[in-house]
Design a protein around this ligand. Structure first.
Ligand code: NAP
Length: 389
């Protein structure tokens, strides 16, 4: 395991790159905010399908709300070079709820604090229609929102973080709260003990873990049942199939898939010669020029299946996830209402057993090149919490 990373450095690196190129790229995203190319069918279907994360019922497709300050001031920016104004972010969330989405994902680290504020504002008057999930665990100063080095899951810090979330999200309870990354300095028993107390107090209803080590899941679950694991999972990154998904199956834990579109790669709009600038993908090995060219074979698979199923590539990528287990729920992120609506259409795409075998074989046949994250971020995943006592 490499030394404990400094998330501030990682995030500020991304932000610096983003800011320096923001003006140029603001006008250069493929389609204007709020619009997307016309999708083939099925699209714009309200999502009525429901799934269970343990005993928590949610729409089969959720919505990720991960934005940092954009420009002009007051605006929002995602990690992939798209800018939107705050009103568009709010409209996107409200439209998603209107279309049947009941799982809204965010985190105090997104901004920090900014995304929770946008979600809280968007959910005014419709809060009770959704399962609201957020995450704590980075070392964020509760007063200033400044991201300090390291992680922080000390019980007193968790309590302060939850109070801040409730305020920003304008609610008296959170439906699902995740530890964003395992704190290598805190026994998981102490973290879950605190979360269990918060459940008793009614401030949170369920808890989960994001990118934890396998033994940490078992230990947490022994203290209080884990409702969901939130890990990266997509056709582009299938690591959870090794140990985490079988463990979720064994223990009856739900699975929420982050970056289900492979950070946009599976949407089909990225060309082999694309150079990422002002974009998190600029520092991710699997999107480096040679790896990107090799990995386009996966996009070819997705596009082929999209043609066969009269769907869009993004819909195929999401439908593939839904087909893996009935308790997997993807939370695609987007800056465009039309993409959000298109993504919901994935819930209507089904694979016959024969198609499932074939599409899995097609995905298996592609050998993805390059790591899914830079080493400093990756080293925070799969971490086991220290033993208690
Ligand atoms: N637990 C964790 O550590 C963690 C880490 C990362 C993310 N997350 C959560 O997971 C959510 C999703 O992850 P993500 O945003 O990193 O990756 P993602 O959902 O795999 O990809 C987002 C990208 O896909 C594009 N996209 C969305 N719908 C599309 C469509 N129909 N066609 C073409 N392109 C489409 C978006 O561009 P447009 O804006 O142009 O649509 C955006 O660039 C986040 O919002 C966050 O809530 C959690």
């Amino acid at each position: 395991m490499s030394p404990e990373p400094a998330p501030r450095d990682v995030l500020s690196l991304t932000r610096r790159k983003a800011l320096s190129l923001g003006a140029a790229l603001g006008a250069a995203s493929l389609v204007p905010a709020g619009m997307a190319r016309a999708a083939t069918l099925p699209t714009s279907l309200p999502v009525t399908a429901r799934r269970k994360l343990r005993d928590l019922e949610v729409s089969s497709i959720g919505l990720g709300c991960q934005w940092v300050p954009g420009h002009p001031p007051g605006g929002l920016k995602d990690f992939y070079g798209s800018f939107i104004d705050r009103a568009t972010g709010i409209a996107l969330i409200r439209r998603a709820v209107d279309r049947g989405v009941t799982l809204i994902d965010t985190a105090e680290a997104y901004g920090p604090f900014l995304s929770e504020g946008v979600v809280g504002e968007a959910l005014q008057g419709i809060r009770d229609k959704v399962v609201l999930e957020s995450k704590f665990g980075f070392n964020i100063d509760p007063e200033t929102g400044k991201q300090l080095p390291g992680l922080n899951s000390r019980p007193e810090h968790i309590r302060i973080a939850i109070e801040g979330m409730l305020k920003r999200l304008r609610t008296d309870h959170l439906d699902l709260v995740y530890q964003h990354r395992v704190d290598p300095a805190m026994p998981i028993e102490d973290v879950v003990g605190t979360l269990s107390d918060l459940i008793t107090e009614g401030k949170i209803r369920h808890y989960g873990l994001s990118e934890p080590g396998v033994q940490t899941i078992r230990r947490a679950h022994a203290v209080h049942p884990v409702t969901a694991i939130q890990n990266e999972y997509s056709m582009l990154w299938r690591g959870p199939e090794q140990e985490i998904i079988p463990l979720c199956e064994e223990l009856g834990i739900g699975f929420v898939a982050w970056s289900p579109l492979g950070m946009g790669f599976l949407g089909g709009g990225i060309t082999p010669s694309r150079h990422f600038t002002n974009d998190l993908r600029a520092i991710i090995p699997r999107f480096a020029p040679d790896a990107l060219k090799a990995n386009m074979a996966l996009v070819d698979v997705v596009k082929r299946w999209a043609r066969a199923k009269n769907a869009t590539p993004a819909q195929i990528a999401l439908a593939w996830l839904l087909a893996q287990k009935p308790w997997i729920v993807p939370i695609p992120g987007t800056t465009k209402i039309a993409h959000m609506e298109q993504n919901l259409g994935a819930a209507a795409i089904h694979f016959t057993p024969d198609e499932r075998t074939k599409i899995n074989a097609d995905v298996d046949a592609v050998h993805i090149q390059g790591a899914r994250l830079p080493p400093a971020i990756l080293s925070m995943s799969g971490v086991e919490a220290p033993p208690k006592g």
